[in-house]
Design a protein around this ligand. Structure first.
Ligand code: ADP
Length: 186
């Protein structure tokens, strides 16, 4: 099975849920930049303090900051002997995608597949409101969807051009979606 994966899709599409399941099943390193940033915020680190207000507004935190987080984790894994990974919530714009390509060149690694999870806006908003995280109020959700469309959605064409994109229908049960993803990674 393919082992170096990106999960792409709007907030609320279920990336985190599916990424965690798949990483567990397949023994992959699961790197969620959102989770890692929230851990920094909770720990009150300088990095967390820098990120907190930006996240609460639904904007993207600085490319340098998220890139530093991802770089340190991937370098650590490579130094410990390598293995598969699943990046969830990163990259989120073309600058981050270019930086990731550069980092992977350095590590002698390659993305094997980009899983695109897509869903109607109405369903996304409903799911996010039900989740109720600190940045899940309606105004911030609408802004996050806007940021996704403007900054992250261009990555669909970016990875399609590189022959890496695999879209998956993100509606149905967690199990059904998980099975679809497994099939396309076969
Ligand atoms: P969701 O996909 O539901 O929006 P995430 O947990 O992936 O949730 O991200 C939450 C917030 O963390 C984002 O709105 C953004 O502020 C910040 N964030 C996460 N990943 C990145 C990234 N790669 N670049 C910039 N900001 C990020």
């Amino acid at each position: 099975m393919k082992q170096r994966l990106l999960f792409l899709g709007p907030p609320g599409a279920g990336k985190g849920t599916q990424a965690q399941r798949l990483a567990e099943q397949q023994g992959l390193l699961h790197l969620s930049t959102g989770d890692l940033l929230r851990a920094e915020v909770a720990a009150g680190t300088p990095l967390g303090q820098e990120a907190e207000a930006v996240m609460a507004r639904g904007e993207l935190v600085s490319d340098a900051l998220v890139l530093a987080i991802v770089r340190s984790r991937l370098e650590q894994q490579a130094a410990a002997g390598g293995g598969g990974w699943l990046l969830d919530g990163f990259p989120r714009n073309v600058t981050q995608a270019d930086a990731l390509a550069h980092l992977l060149d350095e590590l002698g690694q390659q993305i094997e597949q980009v899983v695109l999870m897509e869903l109607d806006d109405a369903v996304l908003i409903e799911r996010l409101l039900a989740r109720g995280r600190a940045d899940d109020n309606e105004q911030v959700i609408r802004h996050r969807l806007e940021v996704y469309r403007q900054q992250t959605a261009p990555l669909i064409a970016y990875y399609q051009d590189r022959g890496l994109l695999a879209p998956v229908e993100a509606s149905g049960t967690v199990e059904a979606i998980g099975q679809r993803i497994l099939t396309l990674l076969g």
